[in-house]
Design a protein around this ligand. Sequence first.
Ligand SMILES: [Zn+2]
Length: 89
Amino acid sequence: MNSTGIIRGLDNMGRVVIPKEIRKYLDMTEGVDEFEIFMQDDCIVLKKHKPTCVFCNAESGCIEFENQIVCRGCIEKLQNKIIENEISE
Ligand SMILES: [Zn+2]
C-alpha cells in the first residue's frame, strides 16, 4: 500500500472527500460509482466497486438480467445445463 501524501479530515457528518486527482485516476463519476470498504488492521481501504457475476464473481463480460449481474461464462454453463436436462428427459 503506497501513501499518496494527502491528508484529509473528517467533516462533522463523518465524511471524507476523495481528492479529485484520485477520483480521476480511478475513472470515478460522482453520484454514479461506488466504493467497497475494507478493514485491514487499523486501516480503511476503499476499492472502486465493480459489479460482479452472482455465480463466480467475474468482473468482465457481465450483463444485467432481472436485476442480477451474470457473466457470459455462467450463461453458457446454464444453457448447457438446460440442454443436458432436456436430453435426459
Ligand atoms: Zn459467472
